[in-house]
Design a binder for this molecule. Structure first.
Ligand code: FE2
Ligand code: FE2
Length: 141
């Protein structure tokens, strides 16, 4: 469920599997809230948003990894490694944000999520999932 502060996921990042697009929308909204809070120098909000992003990321990665394993996606290992790497970068960014100005690191951090992960890695499993019975329109909420 989107809350009124949520920013919809831009169509260019949709991959065509509703449940995953919905989870990506939540991540995207958190990244937009992060951008806003860093712009305004809201230190407390930045930490809270990063904590939420960390939690949503864990849930999201578990869902994708379970689906890849259950559906025997051939590039599962590489994708799981990319998730571990992203989780490490999130952890580092979160530590840095505790007592540093992270405005200069922000663009790279967001690009890493949207362009380098969602738009590159996540797109790779779509055809495999769809041809193995995933219902593109179904969501769990
Ligand atoms: Fe994803
Ligand atoms: Fe992924």
């Amino acid at each position: 469920m989107m809350n009124p502060y949520d920013t919809p996921l831009p169509a260019e990042f949709e991959i065509g599997i509703a449940e995953i697009d919905l989870q990506h929308s939540r991540l995207y909204s958190l990244l937009e809230r992060l951008r806003h809070s860093i712009d305004k120098n809201y230190g407390y909000a930045v930490n809270a948003i990063l904590a939420e992003l960390d939690m949503e990321t864990r849930i999201h990665f578990s869902v994708e990894e379970s689906l890849m394993q259950l559906l025997s996606f051939p590039k599962t290992d590489a994708h799981v490694s990319a998730h571990r790497e992203l989780a490490k970068k999130l952890k580092r960014f979160r530590q840095l944000a505790q007592d540093h100005d992270v405005s200069e690191d922000l663009a790279g951090f967001i690009k890493m999520w949207l362009t380098e992960h969602i738009d590159t890695f996540d797109r790779q499993f779509v055809a495999h999932f769809l041809s193995n019975g995933i219902n593109a329109g179904a969501t769990t909420s």
